[in-house]
Design a protein around this ligand. Structure first.
Ligand SMILES: CC(C)(COP(=O)(O)OP(=O)(O)OC[C@H]1O[C@@H](n2cnc3c(N)ncnc32)[C@H](O)[C@@H]1OP(=O)(O)O)[C@@H](O)C(=O)NCCC(=O)NCCS
Length: 185
Protein backbone atom coordinates (compact mmCIF):
# COMPACT_ATOMS: atom_id res chain seq x y z
CA UNK A 1 0.00 0.00 0.00
CA UNK A 2 1.15 3.55 -0.66
CA UNK A 3 0.32 6.46 1.61
CA UNK A 4 -3.28 7.74 1.62
CA UNK A 5 -4.34 11.33 2.33
CA UNK A 6 -6.91 11.78 5.09
CA UNK A 7 -8.75 15.01 6.03
CA UNK A 8 -6.77 17.90 7.52
CA UNK A 9 -3.42 17.11 5.96
CA UNK A 10 -3.13 13.76 7.73
CA UNK A 11 -1.38 10.84 6.05
CA UNK A 12 -2.22 7.15 6.51
CA UNK A 13 0.70 4.82 5.89
CA UNK A 14 1.96 1.43 7.04
CA UNK A 15 3.86 1.51 10.35
CA UNK A 16 7.64 1.39 10.21
CA UNK A 17 10.07 0.42 12.97
CA UNK A 18 11.02 4.08 13.48
CA UNK A 19 7.49 5.00 14.64
CA UNK A 20 7.87 3.73 18.22
CA UNK A 21 8.55 7.06 19.96
CA UNK A 22 5.73 8.86 18.13
CA UNK A 23 3.36 5.97 18.86
CA UNK A 24 4.26 6.05 22.55
CA UNK A 25 3.59 9.81 22.65
CA UNK A 26 0.19 9.23 21.04
CA UNK A 27 -0.79 6.51 23.50
CA UNK A 28 0.44 8.58 26.48
CA UNK A 29 -1.53 11.63 25.28
CA UNK A 30 -4.74 9.59 25.12
CA UNK A 31 -4.43 7.04 27.93
CA UNK A 32 -7.70 7.98 29.65
CA UNK A 33 -9.53 8.46 26.33
CA UNK A 34 -8.63 4.94 25.20
CA UNK A 35 -9.00 3.15 28.56
CA UNK A 36 -12.74 2.24 28.25
CA UNK A 37 -12.15 0.57 24.87
CA UNK A 38 -8.82 -1.21 25.34
CA UNK A 39 -7.45 -4.24 27.15
CA UNK A 40 -5.55 -3.50 30.37
CA UNK A 41 -2.02 -2.86 29.17
CA UNK A 42 1.07 -4.25 30.92
CA UNK A 43 3.49 -1.67 32.40
CA UNK A 44 5.90 -2.31 29.50
CA UNK A 45 3.31 -0.98 27.03
CA UNK A 46 3.94 2.53 28.36
CA UNK A 47 7.69 2.40 27.70
CA UNK A 48 9.68 3.01 24.52
CA UNK A 49 11.17 -0.50 24.68
CA UNK A 50 7.70 -2.01 25.00
CA UNK A 51 6.34 -0.01 22.09
CA UNK A 52 9.39 -0.90 20.00
CA UNK A 53 8.91 -4.62 20.64
CA UNK A 54 5.21 -4.42 19.81
CA UNK A 55 5.91 -2.37 16.68
CA UNK A 56 8.64 -4.77 15.49
CA UNK A 57 6.08 -7.60 15.64
CA UNK A 58 3.42 -5.58 13.78
CA UNK A 59 5.86 -4.48 11.05
CA UNK A 60 7.10 -8.08 10.61
CA UNK A 61 3.54 -9.42 10.43
CA UNK A 62 2.62 -6.68 7.94
CA UNK A 63 5.57 -7.74 5.76
CA UNK A 64 4.33 -11.36 5.98
CA UNK A 65 0.79 -10.35 4.93
CA UNK A 66 -0.68 -11.42 8.27
CA UNK A 67 -1.85 -7.90 9.16
CA UNK A 68 -1.76 -4.36 7.80
CA UNK A 69 -0.90 -1.96 10.61
CA UNK A 70 -1.06 1.76 9.72
CA UNK A 71 -0.49 5.07 11.47
CA UNK A 72 -2.22 8.39 10.87
CA UNK A 73 0.46 11.11 10.83
CA UNK A 74 0.73 14.88 10.64
CA UNK A 75 4.05 16.72 11.03
CA UNK A 76 5.68 13.58 12.40
CA UNK A 77 3.02 13.19 15.11
CA UNK A 78 0.97 9.99 15.33
CA UNK A 79 -2.72 10.96 15.53
CA UNK A 80 -4.12 7.44 15.47
CA UNK A 81 -3.86 3.95 14.09
CA UNK A 82 -5.94 1.79 11.76
CA UNK A 83 -5.22 -1.88 11.31
CA UNK A 84 -6.41 -4.92 9.44
CA UNK A 85 -5.71 -7.87 11.77
CA UNK A 86 -6.16 -11.58 11.52
CA UNK A 87 -5.98 -11.72 7.76
CA UNK A 88 -7.30 -15.12 6.70
CA UNK A 89 -7.14 -16.39 3.10
CA UNK A 90 -8.66 -19.52 1.54
CA UNK A 91 -12.46 -19.58 1.33
CA UNK A 92 -12.79 -16.90 4.07
CA UNK A 93 -10.67 -14.03 2.62
CA UNK A 94 -11.45 -11.92 5.66
CA UNK A 95 -9.77 -9.53 8.12
CA UNK A 96 -10.63 -7.67 11.34
CA UNK A 97 -10.62 -3.86 11.27
CA UNK A 98 -9.51 -1.79 14.27
CA UNK A 99 -8.85 1.93 14.74
CA UNK A 100 -8.36 4.67 17.29
CA UNK A 101 -7.70 8.41 17.19
CA UNK A 102 -5.94 10.59 19.80
CA UNK A 103 -8.30 12.52 22.02
CA UNK A 104 -7.36 15.94 20.58
CA UNK A 105 -8.30 14.87 17.00
CA UNK A 106 -11.65 13.09 17.43
CA UNK A 107 -14.63 14.32 15.47
CA UNK A 108 -12.64 15.38 12.41
CA UNK A 109 -13.45 12.39 10.21
CA UNK A 110 -10.09 10.63 10.61
CA UNK A 111 -11.36 7.20 11.69
CA UNK A 112 -14.06 7.19 8.99
CA UNK A 113 -11.56 8.12 6.28
CA UNK A 114 -8.99 5.59 7.50
CA UNK A 115 -11.63 2.84 7.60
CA UNK A 116 -12.71 3.74 4.06
CA UNK A 117 -9.09 3.62 2.86
CA UNK A 118 -8.42 0.22 4.45
CA UNK A 119 -11.64 -1.23 3.01
CA UNK A 120 -10.60 -0.05 -0.45
CA UNK A 121 -7.09 -1.46 -0.06
CA UNK A 122 -8.46 -4.76 1.29
CA UNK A 123 -10.71 -5.04 -1.74
CA UNK A 124 -8.53 -3.72 -4.55
CA UNK A 125 -4.97 -4.46 -3.39
CA UNK A 126 -5.23 -7.38 -0.98
CA UNK A 127 -7.92 -9.41 -2.69
CA UNK A 128 -10.04 -9.83 0.45
CA UNK A 129 -13.78 -10.51 0.38
CA UNK A 130 -14.94 -9.32 3.79
CA UNK A 131 -14.00 -7.06 6.70
CA UNK A 132 -15.24 -7.67 10.24
CA UNK A 133 -15.27 -5.24 13.16
CA UNK A 134 -16.56 -5.32 16.72
CA UNK A 135 -17.47 -2.52 19.14
CA UNK A 136 -18.58 -2.19 22.72
CA UNK A 137 -22.38 -1.85 22.57
CA UNK A 138 -22.08 1.67 24.03
CA UNK A 139 -19.37 2.85 21.62
CA UNK A 140 -21.70 4.87 19.42
CA UNK A 141 -18.93 6.86 17.72
CA UNK A 142 -17.27 3.67 16.50
CA UNK A 143 -20.62 2.25 15.36
CA UNK A 144 -21.18 5.45 13.38
CA UNK A 145 -17.76 5.06 11.71
CA UNK A 146 -18.78 1.54 10.64
CA UNK A 147 -22.26 2.55 9.48
CA UNK A 148 -20.80 5.35 7.35
CA UNK A 149 -18.55 2.76 5.74
CA UNK A 150 -21.30 0.35 4.80
CA UNK A 151 -20.87 -2.18 7.61
CA UNK A 152 -23.92 -4.14 8.78
CA UNK A 153 -24.42 -5.57 12.25
CA UNK A 154 -24.76 -9.34 12.14
CA UNK A 155 -24.84 -10.17 15.81
CA UNK A 156 -23.96 -9.50 19.40
CA UNK A 157 -21.50 -11.76 21.16
CA UNK A 158 -21.64 -12.29 24.92
CA UNK A 159 -18.42 -11.85 26.92
CA UNK A 160 -16.51 -11.41 23.67
CA UNK A 161 -13.42 -9.39 24.67
CA UNK A 162 -11.55 -8.61 27.90
CA UNK A 163 -11.72 -4.82 27.81
CA UNK A 164 -10.90 -2.35 30.58
CA UNK A 165 -10.70 -5.07 33.20
CA UNK A 166 -13.59 -7.39 32.45
CA UNK A 167 -15.19 -9.57 29.81
CA UNK A 168 -17.58 -7.46 27.77
CA UNK A 169 -20.23 -8.07 25.15
CA UNK A 170 -19.61 -6.78 21.63
CA UNK A 171 -21.69 -5.88 18.62
CA UNK A 172 -20.30 -7.62 15.51
CA UNK A 173 -20.27 -5.95 12.10
CA UNK A 174 -19.20 -6.97 8.63
CA UNK A 175 -18.85 -5.41 5.22
CA UNK A 176 -18.86 -7.62 2.15
CA UNK A 177 -16.38 -6.00 -0.24
CA UNK A 178 -17.08 -7.90 -3.48
CA UNK A 179 -18.31 -11.20 -4.88
CA UNK A 180 -15.07 -12.31 -6.51
CA UNK A 181 -14.01 -15.87 -5.82
CA UNK A 182 -10.86 -16.30 -3.65
CA UNK A 183 -7.73 -15.53 -5.66
CA UNK A 184 -5.84 -18.63 -4.49
CA UNK A 185 -3.49 -16.82 -2.06
C1 LIG B 1 -14.29 5.86 17.87
C2 LIG B 1 -13.20 6.76 17.29
C3 LIG B 1 -12.15 5.89 16.61
C4 LIG B 1 -13.85 7.71 16.27
O1 LIG B 1 -12.82 8.45 15.67
P1 LIG B 1 -13.14 9.85 14.91
O2 LIG B 1 -11.97 10.19 14.08
O3 LIG B 1 -13.62 10.84 15.89
O4 LIG B 1 -14.36 9.39 13.98
P2 LIG B 1 -15.06 10.23 12.83
O5 LIG B 1 -14.88 11.69 13.09
O6 LIG B 1 -14.57 9.71 11.53
O7 LIG B 1 -16.58 9.80 12.95
C5 LIG B 1 -17.21 9.76 14.20
C6 LIG B 1 -18.71 9.76 13.99
O8 LIG B 1 -19.34 9.38 15.22
C7 LIG B 1 -20.25 10.38 15.61
N1 LIG B 1 -20.31 10.36 17.07
C8 LIG B 1 -19.38 10.76 17.94
N2 LIG B 1 -19.80 10.55 19.19
C9 LIG B 1 -21.04 10.02 19.10
C10 LIG B 1 -22.02 9.60 20.04
N3 LIG B 1 -21.80 9.67 21.36
N4 LIG B 1 -23.20 9.10 19.58
C11 LIG B 1 -23.44 9.00 18.24
N5 LIG B 1 -22.54 9.38 17.31
C12 LIG B 1 -21.37 9.89 17.73
C13 LIG B 1 -19.68 11.64 15.02
O9 LIG B 1 -20.66 12.67 14.94
C14 LIG B 1 -19.24 11.13 13.65
O10 LIG B 1 -20.34 10.92 12.80
P3 LIG B 1 -20.72 12.00 11.64
O11 LIG B 1 -19.54 12.08 10.74
O12 LIG B 1 -21.93 11.40 11.00
O13 LIG B 1 -20.98 13.30 12.33
C15 LIG B 1 -12.53 7.62 18.41
O14 LIG B 1 -13.52 8.27 19.15
C16 LIG B 1 -11.66 6.81 19.34
O15 LIG B 1 -10.45 6.67 19.11
N6 LIG B 1 -12.26 6.27 20.42
C17 LIG B 1 -11.51 5.48 21.39
C18 LIG B 1 -11.02 4.17 20.79
C19 LIG B 1 -12.13 3.39 20.09
O16 LIG B 1 -13.28 3.44 20.46
N7 LIG B 1 -11.75 2.63 19.07
C20 LIG B 1 -12.69 1.80 18.32
C21 LIG B 1 -12.89 0.51 19.04
S1 LIG B 1 -14.14 -0.47 18.20
Amino acid sequence: MTSVSLPGGVLLRPMVVGDAAALLDAYLSSREHLRPFEPVRPASFWTLAGQQARLDTMVAETAQGRQLACVMLRDGRVLGCATLNTIVRGPFCSADLGYWVVHSEVGRGLASAAAAALCRIADQEMGLHRIQASTNPDNLASQRVLAKNGFEQFGTARNYLHINGRWRDAHLFQRILNDRPPDGR
